[in-house]
Design a protein around this ligand. Sequence first.
Ligand SMILES: Cc1cc2nc3c(=O)[nH]c(=O)nc-3n(C[C@H](O)[C@H](O)[C@H](O)COP(=O)(O)OP(=O)(O)OC[C@H]3O[C@@H](n4cnc5c(N)ncnc54)[C@H](O)[C@@H]3O)c2cc1C
Length: 333
Amino acid sequence: MTKKYDYLIIGQGITGSSFAWTLYSNKKSFLILDSQEKNSASNAALGIYNPITGRRNSLTWNADKLSNTTEAFYSKVEKILEKKFMYKKNIFRPFKNNRDFNDWTIRAENNKFKKYIKKLDNKGILTSKSGYLDVSKYLTETRKYFKSQDRYIQEKLNSKNIKTKKSKIIISDYNAKHVIMCLGINQNQLDLFSHLPLRPVSGNSIIAESNFNSKHIINKKISVINTSKNIIHAGSTYHNGFENMGTNKIENQLKKLIKKKYKIKEYKFGVRPVTKDRRPFVGRHSNIKNLYIINGLGSKGVSQSPYCSIELFNYIEYKKHLDKEINIKRINT
Ligand SMILES: Cc1cc2nc3c(=O)[nH]c(=O)nc-3n(C[C@H](O)[C@H](O)[C@H](O)COP(=O)(O)OP(=O)(O)OC[C@H]3O[C@@H](n4cnc5c(N)ncnc54)[C@H](O)[C@@H]3O)c2cc1C
C-alpha cells in the first residue's frame, strides 16, 4: 500500500524548505519532490534579509513583521539541525556625495526608519535588523536531514504525472492530502496556476577570495558579504528574462568598493520568480481543492518565505484568513 502523507511539497528551494520546516514544527507528515535545477533562484542568492531595500532605500513591505518572523524561524531550524547558517549583520552603505548624506539625515528623522539606524555620519549609514542566510548550506542541510527521514526524493514533476479526479490533484502514485507548489519560475512550465503572471528576472553573484574583510555587509550598487575570513559573496544583477548576462557589472563595482585584489572561486546564476505588484503569490487553486502555491518571492525569498509558509499553513489547517496582500485571489482568473 502506498504511504499516506499530509502534504506533498514540490520544489525545495528557499520556499519549499521554509514550508517543509513549518510542517515539521507542526508535526505533519510530508514528502518533498525536487529536481535540483541548476539555475534555480535559490542557488544564486546572497541570502540577505534587510528591512531597507532598493535603489530608493525604502522600507520593505511588512518590514517589522518580516524582520521578527525571519530570525526566529531560521534560528529554530539551526537548533534542530545543530548547524549555523544565519548571521546577523548590520549593513553599511557608503555615501557617494553630500546628497546621500542629506537624504539619509531626513530619513533618519522618520520614526519608521529611526529604529533601524545604528550610526549616521558623513562617510555613510549603518543600519540594523539585517543579516544573511548561507542559503547553500541551509538547502543542503535541509535536504540531507529530510532525506535521512525518507521525506525527500529527487524527482522532476512533469505534466504527464499530474491527474485531477473529483476536483483533487494526484501526483504520480503519491498519496497526499494537500499538494504545495514551490517551483519558482518553473511553475510557468506546468499548466497549473497559469493565470498567475510570474516574470523571470535573471541575476548573477560571485564568490571570491580576497583579503578584504568587513564585519558589516557593504552595500553600494552591489552587496558584499564576508562569509568567512578572506571569502566574499558579492552581487547581484537584475535582467528581465532568462538570459545569463555575466558578472562584469558586479566585478566593476566590486573593484571600486573593496579596492583589493580578488580571485573568483565560483560564478552563480539564477532566475527569480517576480510578480507585478511585488507581493508573493500564496493561496489555493480556484478549482482544485487540495492544490496550493507559494511563489513570486522576487528578491526577498529569505525574509518572505517563513511568513508566507506560516500564513498558508494556518489557512489550510485552521481556516485562518490569508493576508489579502499575498492571497492569489487578488489576481483575476
Ligand atoms: C543573483 C540572485 C541574488 C539573490 N539574492 C537574494 C538575497 O540576497 N536575499 C533574498 O532574500 N533573495 C535573494 N534572491 C532571490 C531568491 O533567490 C528568491 O526569492 C528565492 O530563491 C525563490 O525561491 P523559490 O524556492 O521560490 O524558487 P527557486 O529557488 O527557483 O526554487 C524552486 C525549486 O523547485 C525545484 N523545481 C523546479 N521545477 C521542478 C519540477 N518540475 N519538479 C520538481 N522540482 C522542481 C528546483 O529544483 C528548485 O529547488 C536572489 C536571487 C538571485 C538570482
